[in-house]
Ligand binder design. Structure first.
Ligand SMILES: Cc1cc2nc3c(=O)[nH]c(=O)nc-3n(C[C@H](O)[C@H](O)[C@H](O)COP(=O)(O)OP(=O)(O)OC[C@H]3O[C@@H](n4cnc5c(N)ncnc54)[C@H](O)[C@@H]3O)c2cc1C
Length: 295
């Protein structure tokens, strides 16, 4: 693989380096002084004003949201060099260019999977650097480096979800601008049953077991014999892998056919002709009912 920076990456990294040297590093003293003066007080987590000044300058220079390829146009490889430079001033530089953890990961998640409403409410102000977010995974009572240990429960109650659990080490949660938390928890903590009778009143489990059985061309009983007693965190990845494996030939064929424009046109022409024959008698009736004269 060629790791040489592209012309675009070269331009960005040069400008980022200059911004770091000329504007960010000289601001560190004022930043630290502001923080130190408030430590242990109710305003401990207030943002030093110099960061907002730097944010405005960075945005004006196009050094903004560079972490998100669909906005910046940079590849992850091109962004990596910029992230490395911002690491020279870890408390100021990432936020100055709106590429700070944990907001970057949260913005990526909202960008890829958020509903339109969630994007309007949370993603847009995060991309504008107006609010901050946090990611609550780690818990005091379990080894949280393995996310399958997470004990927080998320249960449906009518139109709401009730979240029960304890979190700590949530970076940014104390920032007065923090307006949204993405919380990791389990919605389906019960293991899969070993017998089909155990699927009664478990539509969420039955649905996935039936899907697995159909894709694997086997029975529900066979699936439960293999996965009974195991958590969804084991079963869902196995189902996803199987679905990808089984659907890959269909997706490949779709791509092959879609690339052949002449073939697609001929299928559409054939379909139009066949539909016209089928629709003709209905259209004649419609014209008669509406009172149109046949030409
Ligand atoms: C500066 C900072 C910021 C953070 N920000 C956030 C945040 O924003 N949100 C958030 O949710 N968390 C945050 N964390 C917490 C961090 O992500 C967790 O501490 C980390 O995931 C480890 O989890 P843990 O503390 O439960 O340690 P554990 O999972 O208990 O791990 C402790 C040690 O045991 C080892 N270990 C664990 N399980 C096994 C095993 N089965 N076999 C062998 N070894 C094992 C681990 O490798 C590690 O060395 C932050 C931490 C720091 C230091």
């Amino acid at each position: 693989m060629d790791f040489a920076p592209s012309a675009v990456a070269d331009d960005y990294t040069k400008r980022m380096r200059a911004f770091l040297d000329d504007r960010i590093l000289p601001a560190e003293a004022a930043y630290l002084e502001f923080r130190a003066a408030r430590r242990g007080t109710p305003s401990e987590w207030e943002l030093p004003p110099v960061v907002e000044e730097l944010k405005a300058e960075a945005r004006a220079q196009g050094l903004w949201n560079l972490f998100l390829p669909s906005i910046s146009g940079l590849s992850n490889l091109e962004y990596a060099a910029i992230a490395e430079i911002s690491g020279w001033s870890p408390v100021i530089a990432p936020e100055a260019i709106n590429c700070q953890a944990p907001d970057t990961g949260n913005m990526e998640l909202l960008h890829l999977l958020g509903s339109e409403e969630q994007k309007q409410r949370w993603l847009a102000p995060l991309l504008d650097g107006e609010i901050r977010s946090a990611f609550a995974m780690t818990e005091p009572d379990v080894a949280s480096s393995d996310a399958t240990n997470i004990a927080t429960r998320i249960e449906r109650d009518g139109d709401e979800y009730v979240i029960t659990g304890r979190k700590w080490w949530t970076s940014g949660a104390m920032d007065p601008r923090c307006a949204v938390l993405i919380v990791m928890g389990k919605t389906d903590p019960a293991a899969l049953p070993s017998e089909a009778a155990g699927l009664k009143d478990r539509p969420e489990a039955e649905n996935l077991v039936v899907l697995y059985a159909a894709l694997a061309e086997t029975s529900k009983e066979q699936v439960l014999a293999e996965f009974g007693g195991r958590q969804f965190s084991d079963f869902k990845p196995a189902l996803a892998d199987l679905a990808v494996e089984k659907l890959a030939p269909i997706a490949g064929e779709m791509r092959r056919i879609s690339a052949d424009q002449a073939y697609v046109d001929s299928v559409l022409r054939g379909g139009t002709a066949r539909a016209a024959v089928l629709a003709e008698s209905t259209m004649r009736d419609v014209r008669a009912i509406v009172g149109l004269l046949d030409s």
